[in-house]
Design a protein around this ligand. Structure first.
Ligand code: GDP
Ligand code: IMO
Ligand code: MG
Length: 427
């Protein structure tokens, strides 16, 4: 197996960072291909916690090449801050490669993100306010600025001055916001360009050559399938393609080169931000899971909404991504809960729905049809073999396989790299 894609199967924060870090031990190259610093991926090694927003979660291994590919939107100030943070903690970042085609998140994008959210009123998305949506809007509108532009000061001056004129006009006339100073922005972005220049490359060539040499390439999805701009809970989604197809476009790799796709799912469900969430728990049990699981956002610190596992959502993720298997994380968080529920279907207007509804309104108003299973009392954090899990935990995982339709290939029982039970060879 040479090229493996790992995606979020729910609404993000499934534990992709942890799973990628675990798999990266065997990888030669780890690639981020979409999203931006709306992502927050946590990796814990020997009690040391690393929070990564743009740098791939393979960076902690000394020989792994890490790529930020063309589909990512990069806030250069945030990226340089992250490289500095990693360097100070003893991590060598010299193997990082950054696509010249990746778009830049500019200071006006964050302002526009906030203004847009404000104007949405009670229909707000609950974005991370990192400017991600407006950066992808400019990319699609063909007025985006790219990493490679920073290496051509004269051309960059010309493009930035045209774009900034437009943005300043919009900000001051429509929103009454302060316009940005051109010279200040130009100079600071030239500085960012100089600092990033050693890392900039044609990353599609690097990735394809690695695949052709038979090296192991791991694609690290950000966000999750339900936040996909086409296949998620639109309009309460992000502005990129977190589903597996996004890896091909976002890295410049043909779909025929991808061997396997794994989905990461929590043993329950969380969502941060607004939008429908049929299995949401607004009671004591939800509160309890949030507190024992420290369910607070890695990027924004917001409390995550918590609910039961939703197999309808997971079957949707299997279909949209062509999942080969599921990595189930945070099983330990369910320790000691007397009975567990899995939504296996929805009910909507008197009808039973087996598939994720095509209509956003049906999804909003659907009620889950639950199956209840007994929980377990033991603490499972120290378990390293599937057979050593409590019987009811094994049954829960087997039932997930039955109702979702793909095998569970990895189980995570804690935050540490070592708290992992692989059930088969993933590469
Ligand atoms: P990502 O965005 O998908 O990479 O996930 P985040 O890092 O934002 O959130 C997942 C959180 O769960 C992080 O704090 C991880 O350290 C933690 N985590 C991952 N796997 C497990 C697990 O199996 N058990 C527990 N208790 N925590 C986990
Ligand atoms: P990782 O990679 C969870 C959510 C936001 C909001 C919506 C749109 O850590 O799993 P955006 O700022 O992207 O325009 O916000 O998407 N969101 C995430 N939720 N995990 C993430 O990333 C997310 N990135 C964005 O909360 O609902
Ligand atoms: Mg996260």
């Amino acid at each position: 197996m040479s090229a493996v894609v790992v995606v979020g199967a729910q609404w993000g924060d499934e534990g992709k960072g942890k799973v990628i870090d675990f798999l990266a031990e065997q990888a030669d190259v780890v690639v981020r291909h979409q999203g931006g610093n709306n992502a927050g991926h946590t990796v814990v090694v020997n009690d040391q916690e690393f929070k990564l927003h743009l740098v791939p979660s393979g960076i902690l291994y000394p020989d792994t090449v890490c790529v930020i590919a063309n589909g990512v939107v990069i806030d250069p100030k945030v990226l340089l801050g992250e490289l500095d943070y990693l360097t100070k903690r003893g991590v060598d970042v010299s193997r990082l490669k950054i696509s010249s085609k990746a778009h830049l998140v500019m200071p006006y994008h964050a302002i526009l993100d906030a203004v847009n959210e404000d104007r949405r009123g009670d229909q707000k998305i609950g974005t991370t306010l990192r400017g991600i949506g407006p950066a992808y809007m400019d990319k699609a509108a063909r007025v985006g600025l790219r990493v490679g532009d920073l290496l051509h000061p004269e051309e960059f001056r010309d493009r930035l001055s045209r774009v900034l004129k437009e943005k300043n006009h919009l900000l001051s006339s429509a929103y009454g916001a302060e316009p940005f100073d051109f010279d200040e922005m130009y100079q600071s972005f030239l500085d960012y360009g100089r600092a990033l220049a050693p890392y900039v490359a044609d990353t599609s060539i690097i990735i394809n050559q690695a695949i052709d040499r038979g090296e192991r390439v791991l694609f690290e999805g950000a966000q999750g399938t339900m936040l996909d701009i086409d296949h998620g809970t639109y309009p309460f989604v992000t502005s990129s393609h977190p589903s597996a197809g996004g890896a091909a476009i976002g890295a410049g790799v043909g779909p025929t080169k991808i061997d396997r796709v794994y989905g990461v799912a929590k043993a329950y469900t969380t969502r941060v931000g607004d939008g429908p969430f049929p299995t949401e728990l607004l009671d004591e049990v939800g509160h309890d899971i949030r507190e024992r699981g420290h369910e607070y956002g890695t990027t924004t610190g917001r409390p995550r909404r918590v609910g039961w596992l939703d197999a309808v959502v997971l079957r949707h993720a299997v279909r949209i991504n062509g999942l080969s298997g599921l990595a189930v994380t945070r099983l330990d968080v369910l320790d000691g809960i007397e009975s567990l529920k899995i939504a296996t279907a929805y009910e909507y207007q008197g009808e039973r729905l087996e598939e994720f509804p095509d209509s956003a309104w049906a999804f909003r108003d659907a009620t889950p049809v639950y199956e209840t299973m007994p929980g377990w009392d033991e603490s499972i954090g120290m378990v390293r073999r599937f057979e050593d899990l409590p019987e009811n935990a094994q049954r829960y995982l087997r039932r997930i396989e039955d109702v979702v339709g793909v095998p569970v290939v990895l189980v995570s029982v804690g935050r540490e790299r070592s708290h992992t039970i692989p059930l088969e060879e993933l590469f």
